[in-house]
Design a protein around this ligand. Structure first.
Ligand SMILES: [Zn+2]
Length: 476
């Protein structure tokens, strides 16, 4: 990209380049959502963020801002500049058209019933706001208990903070909470345990949601890949041999959020300007960049320092500085790893984007209010991936519509009974990924780990030691 183009908001959609700089001020979704498209091929985000807008309206806007051949000829996407291969989907889809038609029909009826616009009908309705207010009040009570140093709050505060966070942060970051973009942009900052919203947009919106389970494009497949293998596109290492052991999984889940998503992933992204070798970082001003770094450092210092300033004993201070984040991280991982990383979903793919979204995801505990609240609606993962800008409140009603259309179009819709079945399926996946595809692996973890640290590899055929193929937990 040229320097001139860097200063303007240019994006590529369906193989054409557009300069949306002047559109930024009037874009209904606000500058934050439009900014995700800056400099990259935003075809997937464009399609998935406007499923209910008439095509002629979208085409008329794009036509106005299209760059002519002489200006766009030499432009390269951020991905191309970083040597990341663009992944293309087909958008001509009877299945996709049927999904959009029937879901739009549902929301048109909702908009009429509530006497609101279609755009307002897909966001959080008043009853959802009451629910979030109640969750917020419970979290505030737990927070007071936490600040006072009550032992019980080591559990109650991170659990309530998780429930509040997952029911607000996730929807807001998908612009699915409110029609006012300022509210959507502000809310993710109220739950600092999660991640920087800036980093989250890269990892979740731009990377994972656009290309779920696509090797080298979905950053969730390569989190610390030398310690845990989630996809066949990742080369096997001796360390993967123990990744399914209970102690390894517990340690992984407890430490993943703080050492991974909230701090080190952030650090690597701003240092290398690319997230997990999959999502190039959006170009921002120096001031914005420094604010981001300062915000992250301040958040982490406050989270871990306050107990030493407020609580009376050293032991209590240390426990309160460490334990809540471990619990929060465990909840985060328990609710996020089970939705795509299963034997039935991990390596599925389809050129049709709508089918791809369905077959790479798994629902769990459909119709369970407990699963819905504890996961913030992540248990309706398939519908969420098809319609990310729809508030999770509506997914309960949309799920039967989508499941029926999947059946009609012969698209497998995967769901399991609840948390236990979903975790079992994820564990089966973790086991299957712990084996070396080349059917050769090092003799023992101690030996192979040492060899790996030294940069070599012991080639010992241990096929005889390998148990039968891992079984997936049964889908219901
Ligand atoms: Zn999401």
């Amino acid at each position: 990209m040229t320097n001139a183009a860097k200063e303007r908001l240019v994006t590529k959609i369906h193989d054409k380049w557009y300069d949306l700089t002047d559109f930024e001020k009037v874009h209904p979704g606000g500058p934050v959502s439009l900014g995700l498209a800056a400099g990259r091929d935003a075809t997937v985000m464009f399609e998935s963020h406007h499923p209910f807008t008439h095509r002629r309206v979208l085409d008329a806007i794009l036509e106005k801002y299209e760059l002519n051949e002489s200006l766009s000829r030499d432009l390269k996407t951020l991905e191309e500049q970083h040597g990341i291969v663009e992944h293309q989907f087909n958008w001509e889809s009877d299945f996709g058209d049927a999904l959009k038609f029937h879901v739009r029909e549902y929301f048109q009826a909702e908009a009429k019933r509530r006497d609101v616009s279609l755009a307002a009908a897909i966001k959080a309705p008043p009853e959802r706001w009451y629910e979030l207010t109640l969750i917020g009040a419970i979290c505030a009570v737990c927070f007071i208990s936490f600040i006072r140093g009550d032992w019980i709050s080591l559990l109650t505060f991170p659990v309530s903070a998780w429930v509040l966070g997952v029911n607000t942060f996730h929807d807001a970051a998908h612009f699915a909470l409110h029609t006012n973009w300022r509210i959507n942009s502000m809310v993710p900052y109220i739950v600092p345990y999660f991640s920087s919203p800036f980093t989250w947009y890269h990892q979740h919106n731009i990377g994972h949601h656009s290309y779920p389970n696509v090797g080298h494009r979905d950053p969730d497949l390569v989190h610390y890949f030398w310690l845990k293998r989630e996809h066949k596109s990742v080369e096997w290492q001796p360390t993967h041999k123990v990744q399914h052991w209970p102690w390894y999984i517990v340690a992984w889940w407890m430490l993943a959020l703080e050492f991974g998503l909230a701090t080190m992933n952030d650090f690597w992204m701003v240092f290398y300007k690319v997230y997990n070798d999959s999502v190039p970082m959006k170009t921002v001003s120096r001031t914005r960049f420094l604010l981001h770094v300062a915000g992250r450092v301040l958040t982490m210092v406050v989270i871990h320092l306050w107990p030493f300033l407020v609580l009376e004993t050293r032991t209590r201070s240390i426990v309160f500085a460490i334990v809540p984040y471990l619990v929060f991280s465990g909840l985060f991982m328990m609710n996020t790893q089970i939705n795509h990383l299963t034997p039935e979903c991990a390596h599925e793919t389809n050129k049709d984007w709508y089918k791809h979204q369905v077959i790479t995801a798994q629902d769990f505990g459909v119709n369970s209010r407990f699963c819905f609240l504890l996961s913030g609606g992540l248990n309706y993962q398939i519908v969420h991936h098809l319609f990310p800008t729809v508030n999770h409140h509506h997914l309960v009603k949309l799920q039967p519509i989508v499941a029926r259309l999947c059946e009609k179009h012969g698209v497998p819709y995967k769901h399991v009974a609840g948390y236990v079945a979903a975790i079992k399926a994820h564990h089966a996946h973790t086991i299957s990924m712990s084996y070396n595809d080349k059917k050769k692996q090092s003799e023992s973890f101690l030996i192979s780990g040492t060899v790996w640290l030294l940069g070599g590899q012991v080639e010992v055929d241990v096929e005889a030691q390998k148990p039968g193929p891992a079984k997936a937990a049964g889908s219901s």
